[in-house]
Each structure stands twice: as structure tokens, then as C-alpha cells.
Design a protein around this ligand. Structure first.
Ligand SMILES: *Cc1c(COP(=O)(O)O)cnc(C)c1O
Length: 365
């Protein structure tokens, strides 16, 4: 009798550490403040929720596989050619499709030291080798990225602003990166937090997409638009790359409810401005409060902050936060064991963070 042999996945897949999302529950707490996933302090636009509900009568209908209306709305809102926009089931899906299309066994996928966790996961899933370039001051270092390029490099991913650090590369630095990369290397600029940036030396990267054949910008409805539960993202790409994505994506990758809610969210400028103003007020407030407690904070450009604790202290800090029924995001998996990422939440949630961490500091004496 033949010895039974279990099926073996393709090389690389078992090297993946599964993505750990932010926790959403605390033991014994009904409605903890979930500040662990950067979901948006004020939730979704009322117009998005109404549009979502309105789809309920048509659940038997397939969605528009081309996302015509949503792409047109995105194009109008951001001044982009809808023909070169591709929508996805979250921007995660588009990141995965890009890696699948442009990197395979033996190829290298570059990203920066504290870059978003999905890049190495998708690289390994396609048999490619993720390569980390060291950062300086928790910020992408263009020279280090360029120095990490080898003849096997096929792609480079830069989250701008980055999660979990919140730091960004100014437009001039991103251009210097693009100019320094070989033209056959696909540069993916993941601008999930673009809307939150207030610095005037920043660009989400559309001009770099337009300038060549090799740069893609990804965006999401999960952060400022508060639609993480629906899974909608999009990318703006050169025509040939958009064509590749449209060949490889599943035909109905964005649900009808997601398309309707996302288009309605785009149209609700009032709610968008409210979210922006909320973040512009509470991000600096929380940053200052943390510093006043003697904690280090990396200057953030997103809807979260990265707080640095004395060595070995994050467990005590998280315990104090749990006392106030607040959940934050440990980032040890990013190589940051002494930091916690805290999303900007409501006024009440922000005040609970401060009183919890004040109690933790006091207990330390
Ligand atoms: C949240 C996030 C995403 C993923 O967004 P989805 O559209 O929800 O898949 C991508 N990149 C970064 C840097 C993020 O923080």
C-alpha cells in the first residue's frame, strides 16, 4: 500500500505568518472602544448607510462587474481618468493582484522596515522573497530602499503615509525613489491614509502614476470613509497595469452594496469634512497628552498614533487601557515590541485613553 502523502502547498505559503488584525473584543466587556484598526472615529456617512440599505431589495442581482458608476464618481472626486481606475475587494485585494501579476518564485519584493504587513504576506504567497529596507526615524529611507535593489527586484511597496508608524515621504522624496528605481520595477504607493494628510509637501502619487508605465497608487474606503466592513478599495494605474488587473481580478469582486455605499460616501462631502476636522483636532491633542505623560509619539499623518513605551511596558499599558475598556494595537509583529498603535476615536474614547495611561504612569511611580 502506498504511504499517504498530504497535499503540499506551493513554496512560500507555509512561511506566511497570518495577518493579525486589531482585536475587537475585551473579555467580559460588551462594547469596548476599538482603537485597534484605524476604522474612523465617526463611523460611516449616513448617506452611505442609506445607500447600503437601499440595495437590500436586489440582493439576488449580481453587481456591476466593472464598477462603472463608482469609478466615474472616484474619477470625478479626485480628478482621475476612470478608465485607469480599478476597484477591488479592499485595497488589500489589489495589492495581492499586483504581486500575483508582477512577482513570482525567486523574485524580490521590496518594502520598508516597518511597512504594512500585507506586502510580505502576498510576496510569500506568490513564492517571491520579501526584502526589507531599514528605516531612519521610523520613516522610509529612500537611499536605503534604493540600496536594497538587486537584479531580482520586481516591485517596491511604500505605504505613504505608512501604517503603523504614521510617517510619510514628501512628494519630492517619492519622486527621487521612482527616479532611482529601474523602470521595470513596479512601484506601488499605498495611500490608504492620504485623505488625513495636512502637510503641503505631500502627494498621494497620482503625478508619478501619470508620468510613466510603472507606478500604481492604491486607495481605500476603509479609513476616512469608514467602510472597512464592506471591503472597497481602488487603484489608479497606467493603462497596461489596469488591463492586467482587469484580466486577473474576479469578475464581481466588489459587491453591489459596497459599490452603492462607497459612491454615496464620496458624495457626502459634509461628513467627509467632519471626519477630517475631527482627526485634525484629536490627533494633535492625543499626541500632546501622551507626550505630557512622558511617552514618545511618532509624529503621525494618519488617523492613529504610534506611542512608544519604556522597554517591556506595553503589557502594563494595555492592562490599564483595558480597565477603561479600550483596545489598542500591539505592533510587536512589526518589530516594535515597545510601542502601541492607537486609532483616533471619539472625544470620550480619547479621554479614556489619556486617563488609562495616566493611571499606568502613576502606578509606575
Ligand atoms: C488599512 C490599510 C490597507 C487596507 O485597506 P483595505 O482597503 O481595507 O483592504 C492598505 N494599506 C494600509 C497601509 C492600510 O493601513
Amino acid at each position: 500500500m502506498n504511504k499517504m502523502t498530504a497535499p503540499t502547498p506551493r513554496p512560500g505559503i507555509l512561511d506566511i505568518q497570518p495577518y493579525q488584525g486589531g482585536r475587537s473584543k475585551l473579555d467580559g466587556v460588551a462594547h469596548a472602544a476599538k482603537l485597534s484598526s484605524n476604522e474612523g472615529a465617526l463611523g460611516a456617512s449616513p448617506r452611505a448607510r442609506a445607500a447600503y440599505a437601499a440595495v437590500a431589495g436586489d440582493l439576488h442581482r449580481y453587481p456591476d462587474g466593472a464598477c462603472e458608476e463608482l469609478r466615474a464618481a472616484i474619477g470625478k472626486r479626485y480628478g482621475l481618468d476612470p478608465a485607469r481606475i480599478v476597484c477591488g475587494c479592499g485595497s488589500d485585494e489589489l495589492i495581492g493582484l499586483l504581486v500575483h501579476a508582477y512577482a513570482g518564485p525567486g523574485d524580490e519584493v521590496l518594502y520598508s522596515q516597518y511597512g504594512f504587513a500585507m506586502y510580505p504576506i502576498y510576496a510569500k504567497g506568490n513564492g517571491a522573497v520579501p526584502v526589507k529596507a531599514p528605516e531612519t526615524d521610523f520613516t522610509t529611507d529612500v537611499d536605503a530602499v534604493l540600496a536594497s535593489v538587486t537584479e531580482k527586484t520586481r516591485m517596491a511597496f511604500i505605504a505613504n503615509p505608512n501604517n503603523p508608524t504614521g510617517t510619510l515621504l514628501p512628494a519630492a522624496e517619492m519622486k527621487r525613489l521612482r527616479d532611482g528605481l529601474r523602470p521595470d520595477i513596479v512601484l506601488v504607493i499605498d495611500a490608504a491614509y492620504a485623505e488625513f494628510v495636512t502637510r503641503n509637501d505631500y502627494s498621494p502619487g497620482t503625478e508619478l502614476v501619470d508620468a510613466g508605465e510603472n507606478t500604481v497608487m492604491t486607495r481605500t474606503f476603509s479609513k476616512i470613509y469608514g467602510l472597512g466592513g464592506l471591503r472597497v478599495g481602488w487603484c489608479y494605474a497606467p493603462a497596461a497595469i489596469a488591463d492586467v488587473l482587469n484580466r486577473t481580478r474576479s469578475p464581481f469582486n466588489v459587491s453591489a452594496a459596497a459599490q452603492a455605499a462607497a459612491a454615496a460616501a464620496l458624495a457626502d462631502m459634509e461628513f467627509f469634512d467632519l471626519c477630517l476636522a475631527h482627526n485634525a483636532m484629536w490627533r494633535p491633542w492625543l499626541t500632546e497628552q501622551m507626550r505630557a505623560l512622558g511617552l514618545g509619539v511618532t509624529e503621525s499623518n494618519g488617523n492613529f498614533i504610534l506611542v512608544h513605551f519604556p522597554k517591556g511596558d506595553t503589557a502594563a499599558a494595555q492592562a490599564a487601557l483595558a480597565e477603561e475598556e479600550v483596545i489598542v494595537r500591539p505592533v510587536a509583529g512589526y518589530g516594535l515590541p515597545d510601542a502601541l498603535r492607537i486609532s483616533i476615536g471619539t472625544e470620550d474614547e480619547m479621554k479614556r485613553v489619556v486617563s488609562a495611561l495616566a493611571a499606568y504612569r502613576e502606578a509606575k511611580g
